[in-house]
Design a protein around this ligand. Structure first.
Ligand SMILES: [Zn+2]
Length: 568
């Protein structure tokens, strides 16, 4: 490809809202352009990268036994109502109405469509297992599209669905997919961490995410350096340290004038926050929920939502709290009635806590559970944090950030039950099909590769997904020998099946080298009057500092060898 003809220009200025490296570099390199919030055009260079990622994914899915098919993006909304996930997805689901007034959804994922399709094609256990996948555009109405290709509203995704007769079969399919995913990341030179995840709106049981560890990542990961336990902070368990509080003492009121927050109360009474109980109010499916948690901990809303089994959860307003007869700032679980109380199990880690008295400017000392109050449920609803104990060993947890670049779920029979996808087992009984689902967003993988591999000059593409192998860079093309040699080498390199971006522009060496570094093509091949004096061309890998001269004679063959060596 001649750079002078390439659609898409490199840019010096980038919009201020581009706050992640991959977003900035993709814009600067002229590889993507935003059409509207969270919706991007891929220009030719970015599209070549996407196609390479796609073919690596396709090869690994085929190797694992996957069969590729294609499902419609336009789906009847009734199908989503049938599974109940129209509510779970809520406003994330793009919906529209056709000319016959039928409601449709633009697929954010395809469990419903494929389950219907499979149920009409599978009768017996002999038809299973199945691994079916597609690579297709998805639509999700994200509340806050951000970070360029990382959080978008329209994106290409590989989604595979597994169908088995039982849990054991599901485990086998699941493990096959975990291995295929690891192969994909290895081939894309993306080191990932496999972490336990919440299954969120997709539903189901076990779930894992593959995380690229980077400080710019929007997901917090809690992990144990000692035993390799790793989980998304939405899901992570931890051992909460015991708080020494002594033998339970009688309840006593204490005046706390103007003190409303845990910080204010604990510093006023000179007790650590871990010796207080905090009240947090939510509204779940229209009902007020009183949450009690140790003062030094935060509520994990994902865990709370799962514990409540509801679909909608938000913080309550002060007016809603007051309407329930509760005094904000001095709310107390003691004597509460008519409101559901959920407690984090941290309330059992100590004695003689400080809690609200449900009277203005008043708190209570020596609050003990279960002596002084009742709750509807005690469970783990706290956010795990660095420094907590590991749930799997005696180690101490750490925290880091990452970008999710793949997600796998054991769905079980959650969707097949609802949509009536069944088969006849070996003893002639009708059983629901046991399912799993597995997704990788292609554009996000592309962005993650840049987050992982770049420097202050630009992108450093891993060879396997680079838009081109070689950046052919003749300097001083007005020199007829340089121009002629470059044209000849361009032809020879392409004859070696190498993908070449030929910088045939009349630009200064500085501009050409800057663009070469920005675009991040793995090998830069420079031809100049100086290299020709020595009958050579200069080869420089984008990932390395030093350049080397190789003889002009046989340069194309030599480059083919060098690249093949690094590909394997
Ligand atoms: Zn551990």
């Amino acid at each position: 490809m001649r750079l002078s003809k390439l659609f898409g220009k490199t840019q010096r200025e980038i919009p201020a809202e581009a706050d992640t490296i991959s977003h900035q570099l993709l814009l600067k390199a002229g590889m993507i352009r935003q059409l509207t919030a969270g919706v991007y055009s891929y220009l030719p260079l970015a599209w070549r990268v996407l196609k390479k990622i796609e073919s690596i994914i396709r090869e690994e899915m085929d190797k694992a036994g996957g069969q590729e098919l294609m499902l419609p993006a336009l789906q009847p909304l009734e199908l989503w109502q049938e599974s109940g996930r129209d509510v779970a997805f809520g406003q994330g689901l793009f919906t529209l109405v056709d000319r016959r007034n039928r409601k449709l959804a633009l697929g954010p994922t395809h469990e419903e469509v494929i389950t219907k399709l499979v149920s009409s094609n599978v009768q017996s256990y002999r038809d299973l297992p199945l691994l079916l996948y597609q690579i297709q555009t998805k639509f999700r109405d994200e509340p806050r599209p951000r970070a360029g290709l990382i959080r978008v509203r329209e994106f290409d995704m590989m989604d595979l669905y597994s169908f088995d007769t039982d849990e054991e079969g599901l485990n086998q399919s699941y493990n096959k997919m975990l291995q295929a995913y690891r192969n994909i990341y290895t081939r894309c030179s993306l080191p990932t961490l496999q972490v336990e995840a919440d299954s969120g709106t997709i539903g189901g049981k076990d779930s894992h995410e593959f995380m690229l560890i980077t400080e710019s990542g929007e997901d917090e990961i809690i992990h144990c350096p000692k035993c390799q336990y790793a989980a998304n902070a939405d899901k992570a368990q931890s051992i909460k340290h015991k708080i020494e509080g002594g033998e339970p003492l009688p309840l006593a009121e204490v005046s706390t004038p103007g003190m409303a927050t845990i910080e204010e109360v604990s510093s006023f009474l000179k007790v650590p926050q871990s010796r207080t109980l905090k009240a947090v109010f939510y509204v779940a499916d229209g009902k007020l929920i009183f949450v009690v948690i140790r003062g030094d901990l935060e509520v994990n809303e994902v865990k709370l939502k799962n514990a409540l089994g509801g679909t909608e959860l938000r913080l309550a307003t002060e007016a809603e709290v007051i309407a329930a007869g509760i005094v904000p700032g001095a709310a107390s679980p003691i004597g509460i009635s008519g409101t559901k109380v959920m407690a984090d199990d941290s309330i059992t880690t100590g004695t003689n806590f400080i809690a609200g008295a449900n009277k203005p400017n008043t708190h209570l000392r020596n609050v003990n559970y279960p002596r002084d109050f009742r709750v509807d449920l005690v469970t783990d609803i706290a956010r795990a944090r660095a420094g907590d104990g590991c749930p799997k060993c005696e180690g101490e947890l750490s925290s880091t950030h990452g970008i999710e670049v793949g997600h796998t779920f054991k769905l079980g029979t959650f969707i097949s039950q609802k949509l009536g996808a069944r088969f006849i087992d070996q003893s002639g009984l009708s059983q629901p099909i046991v399912m799993g689902c597995y997704g990788i967003g292609l554009g996000r993988l592309l962005a993650a590769a840049i987050e992982q591999s770049h420097d202050d000059k630009g992108i450093i593409w891993p060879l396997a997904i680079a838009p081109y192998h070689i950046y052919l860079c003749p300097l001083y093309r007005e020199n007829s020998q340089v121009a002629a040699t470059a044209e000849k080498l361009y032809t020879e390199l392409e004859a070696q099946n190498l993908e070449v971006l030929f910088d045939d522009r009349q630009e200064s060496p500085g501009v050409k080298f800057n663009d070469a570094d920005l675009l991040g093509i793995p090998v830069r091949v420079t031809i100049s009057p100086r290299t020709l004096e020595r009958n050579s061309v200069e080869i420089k890998w984008r990932s390395e500092k030093e350049a080397e001269l190789v003889p002009l004679e046989g340069a194309a063959t030599r480059l083919r060898e060098l690249i093949t060596k690094r590909e394997n």
